[in-house]
Design a binder for this molecule. Structure first.
Ligand SMILES: CC(C)(COP(=O)(O)OP(=O)(O)OC[C@H]1O[C@@H](n2cnc3c(N)ncnc32)[C@H](O)[C@@H]1OP(=O)(O)O)[C@@H](O)C(=O)NCCC(=O)NCCS
Length: 176
């Protein structure tokens, strides 16, 4: 099994991240302008996951990406995606736990997110990391016209996930 690491997202990662966006989210994918605006916005922290052995499956070492927005109270997960060839290898969990660890460092009270109600892999991943469903947002995803669950991880309780105690590793540089 190859090893994966997190580092801040750089502008040189844009093409790869946008390619992954289109491959993973189709018509709902962010455009170049949306990604650039997002990275330039206040309170954002974006990271990528890289693989130690690029070329084994695909040529690019960037195999996943994720981002967080901290508004001074809560942290919101803005996106998370893993290249199809590298899914079910722990990359999503690595990225998610890095975001949660960063939110804790910022002293966020909670981590919030939206997820399509039929996105079983993502729902399982979030539940596994301690997120709970708060509510349903009707027709949140357009143009697919799909409902979303709002999920929340309470950070005030002081509980740490198993991964945070062990393998979540990212440096603390600025995103982008
Ligand atoms: C959701 C996503 C990021 C998960 O990434 P991943 O690298 O495959 O996830 P991991 O290998 O780290 O798995 C973490 C946990 O998620 C759950 N999980 C992941 N994929 C799953 C699947 N296909 N079926 C069931 N559970 C799954 C499991 O609980 C898993 O833990 P386990 O392997 O110990 O059982 C990935 O499927 C993805 O990029 N999907 C498309 C984009 C997307 O939907 N993003 C989320 C938007 S809200």
């Amino acid at each position: 099994m190859p090893e994966f690491h997190c580092r801040p997202l750089r502008s040189s990662d844009f093409d790869r991240v946008l390619w992954l966006e289109r491959d993973l989210f189709g018509s709902g994918a962010w455009t170049y302008g949306m990604l650039a605006d997002e990275l330039a916005a206040l309170g954002r922290w974006y990271i990528v996951a890289t693989v130690d052995e690029p070329g084994t499956i695909g040529p690019d070492p960037v195999v996943g990406y994720a981002g967080l927005w901290f508004d001074g109270d809560d942290a919101q997960i803005m996106t998370i995606g893993v290249a199809k060839d590298y899914q079910r290898c722990g990359v999503g969990r690595l990225l998610l736990e890095a975001l949660i660890a960063h939110a804790r460092k910022l002293k966020a009270q909670a981590v919030l997110l939206e997820v399509r109600i039929d996105n079983e892999p993502a729902l399982a991943m979030y539940r596994r990391s301690g997120f709970e469903v708060l509510a349903v947002r009707k027709r949140y995803y357009q143009p697919e016209d799909k409902d979303a669950y709002t999920m929340r991880l309470d950070l005030r309780a002081g509980s740490r996930t198993a991964s945070e105690d062990g393998d979540a590793a990212t440096d603390d540089g600025d995103a982008a």
